[in-house]
Every structure is written in structure tokens, then in C-alpha cells.
Design a protein around this ligand. Structure first.
Ligand SMILES: *Cc1c(COP(=O)(O)O)cnc(C)c1O
Length: 380
């Protein structure tokens, strides 16, 4: 298959960022004029604006989303809430970056299976996974859908577990139930949350960037220190920290893009609505449509013959992707966990296909045409 036959590219970041280019240039000019390249006004302003957006007391800019999760876990260890060897429940079908910080911190991942209709943690599977050493849950708002529920919050509370949101894919998603601080946005639902602003995320920087959000003053202060060599005052180090700071240029760019998050998510929702109403093919299982709790980072369908389906679409100019073809417990880096029986994750990994959905790459007319192509698919 040749590239030039692609009529519907999966993702074209040039097109995604097109309307932001003048604002991005202004943002970079601000940093050049200011002369502060790490930290400073732009980072502090972005942190205030992100906290206001999510409805949390604190936001702390970080180098990326993986480091945001790592900083949360390290901070809880510094605070005595977690210790090496403790178990952290993670979804069995998530992106590897939800799990790598767990093992990096010397904690033990305990995989719980998702509900295949939402792709998010099944609260019953979470209950079943809790053992005497379990201390935290990392719940992932996978593909942009909120994974928080009253049931999950009650389970965490009943067992005294920290509830950490991996919000990397869900900026702007609104929960049907309020979090403890009263906000309903992703990032304000658990004890702490991690965001990623990797360029392909719904609100993307022009490089690596991330953030931690929380209502917990001590956690925010500890994360701030850990991201900056464990220091609050220059050359005085309270803890053995890291360098996980957010660049000023990325913060300045994100300050321009953050206010457009809801509009960008609305465009994704409009495309998802067309897929949801127009795709009618008994061989293609659609994702649940649960309303404003999903910001459609990915629009993921399930097809038994996934490879044949993808080839059929590509032959007709539709580029697709797979998130994710290999679950964490099947990765060579986690061969210790290869023996686990996680049939839901295995099955999803073999069936999931992501359709194009990014703003300006796939509009509602494109979605209609793609749906018509999908409706003509028959397994060979
Ligand atoms: C992107 C992503 C991360 C990691 O973010 P980076 O900024 O790429 O480090 C973590 N978890 C999930 C679910 C993600 O999609």
C-alpha cells in the first residue's frame, strides 16, 4: 500500500495545529522576550490555568505524562503513604506508560481486567484484585472516557487505597459524578492525577510536557520538590529528587491551547456521533456512547479479523491505528507477568482498531464516508 493512496490519514499534527500557529508564534516570542527558559512566569501561569480548568487546588507542570505518574508515586513514598513492594492496581489493557512508573518506583503492579464495553477498569475486577499489600489504584481514562465511578471511589475508600487518575487521554472529560472536591473534570476525581501533553494528545504541546493535579497541599509541595532535584530552595536538597520540569516554551504554547480544549473535544464528539449513528455492520462492535464523560482521544471499534478489516480500509484510503496491539503483561519488559491469565486484555488487544478522529483531520463528512466504507466490509 502506498502512502499517496491515503485519503483519510489517521492523524496529521500539522493540520491539528494549523489554527494555533499564530498563537504559538506569539507564545514563543513571549518566552524569547522574557529570557526564562525553565520555570518562571509561563510555567506558573499555566499551572494556575490548568488547576482552574480541572477544578483542583494545585497543578504542577512536569516533563511528560510518565514522569507525572512517577512523581505522584515517589511523592506518596516520601510521604509514607506507599513503600517499596506495595501493590498498585492497574488496568490490564492500558498503555505501558501507566505501568512503567509503578515498577520504576519498586512497587508491584496488580493487573485488573477492564469492562470490554467501556475499555475501562471493571470495578468488580478491582475488588477481586485487592490483597493485603494493595495500597493504590491507578485508574486510566482510556481513549478519553472517564473511568471514575461512585463504586470505584467507595472501593478505594473502603480499603484505604489511594486513587490516582491517569488522565493522559482525557483532558476536559466530565464525569457524571463529582469528585471529592466537587469538580467533575478528569484530573479532579481521585487523590491525584497525571496529564500528558504529548503532541498527539487532545491538548498537545510541541514536544514533551505533562502535569500533576491534586487538592492535596502536601502532595503538591512534594511533587514540586521531587521534580526539581528534591529541592525547594536552591542547593538545599530535602529528598533525592529528579529533574522532571516543564519547559517554559511548552508551558507558553499550552497556555494558548488549553482554552481551546473544550472546542477541540466538541469537534471530536461530533465526529464520534457520526460514527456512532452511521456505522452499522454486525462485524464491527462500536464503543459505548456515554456522553460528555468521553472526549474521544481515540474512537476504538472491535473487529474479530482486525488485520483483514484494517487492510480493507487501507485499500479504500482509510488509515487506522491500534491502541494497543500488545498488553503490558505480554511485553518483553514484563515477562515476569506473562503467566497471568488476563483474557479480556488479550482479546481486546487482538480486536481493537482506532478510526481517525482528530480535529480538522476527520470532519463529520469524512466520518460519513468512512462509515459507508465500513458498512461495506465483510470478513473474508
Ligand atoms: C500518553 C500516555 C501516557 C504517558 O504520557 P507521556 O507524556 O507520553 O509520557 C501515560 N498514560 C497514558 C494512558 C497515555 O496515553
Amino acid at each position: 500500500m502506498t502512502e499517496n493512496k491515503i485519503k483519510y490519514p489517521f492523524l496529521d499534527l500539522g493540520r491539528v495545529n494549523e489554527p494555533f500557529l499564530p498563537a504559538i508564534r506569539r507564545a514563543v516570542e513571549r518566552v524569547l522576550a522574557d529570557g526564562r527558559y525553565i520555570g518562571g512566569n509561563e510555567v506558573e501561569a499555566f499551572e494556575r490555568e490548568l488547576a482552574a480548568f480541572t477544578g483542583t487546588r494545585h497543578a504542577v507542570g512536569t516533563s511528560n505524562g510518565l514522569d507525572a505518574i512517577r512523581l505522584i508515586l515517589r511523592a506518596y513514598m516520601e510521604m509514607g503513604r506507599l513503600k517499596a513492594g506495595d501493590e498498585v492496581i492497574v488496568p490490564s489493557n492500558t498503555f505501558i506508560a501507566s505501568v512503567l512508573p509503578v515498577t520504576d518506583c519498586g512497587l508491584t503492579p496488580r493487573f485488573a481486567e477492564p469492562d470490554p464495553s467501556t475499555h475501562n477498569l471493571d470495578p468488580e475486577a478491582v475488588e477481586a484484585a485487592i490483597g493485603p499489600r494493595t495500597r493504590a489504584i491507578i485508574t486510566v481514562h482510556l481513549y478519553g472516557r472517564i473511568s471514575y465511578s461512585e463504586r470505584l471511589a467507595e472501593t478505594a475508600k473502603k480499603h484505604g487505597l489511594l486513587l490516582i487518575e491517569d488522565s493522559a487521554q482525557a483532558i476536559g472529560a466530565i464525569s457524571a459524578v463529582a469528585g471529592p472536591g466537587g469538580s467533575r473534570r478528569a484530573g479532579a476525581l481521585g487523590d491525584a492525577a497525571a496529564f500528558s501533553f504529548y503532541p498527539t494528545k487532545n491538548t498537545g504541546a510541541l514536544g514533551d510536557a505533562g502535569a500533576v493535579t491534586t487538592d492535596d497541599d502536601e502532595l503538591a509541595r512534594t511533587v514540586r520538590m521531587l521534580r526539581n532535584y528534591g529541592s525547594e530552595h536552591s542547593y538545599h536538597h530535602e529528598m533525592s529528587g529528579l529533574n522532571c520540569r516543564l519547559d517554559s516554551i511548552q508551558a507558553a504554547i499550552l497556555r494558548e491551547k488549553l482554552p481551546m480544549t473544550d472546542a477541540e473535544n466538541a469537534a471530536r464528539r461530533a465526529t464520534a456521533a457520526v460514527y456512532g449513528s452511521e456505522i452499522q455492520n454486525s462485524h464491527v462492535i462500536l464503543p459505548a456512547d456515554t456522553g460528555s464523560d468521553c472526549v474521544w482521544h481515540q474512537y476504538v471499534v472491535r473487529v474479530a479479523d482486525r488485520d483483514g478489516f484494517r487492510r480493507f480500509l487501507l485499500d479504500r484510503g482509510v488509515e487506522t491505528s491500534v491502541h494497543y496491539p500488545v498488553p503490558p503483561h505480554r511485553q518483553p519488559c514484563y515477562k515476569d507477568y506473562a503467566g497471568l491469565a488476563l483474557p479480556v486484555a488479550d482479546r481486546l488487544a487482538s480486536e481493537v482498531v482506532s478510526l481517525p478522529i482528530a480535529p480538522r483531520c476527520t470532519g463529520t463528512d469524512d466520518a460519513r464516508e468512512i462509515a459507508a466504507i465500513i458498512n461495506s466490509y465483510r470478513p473474508q
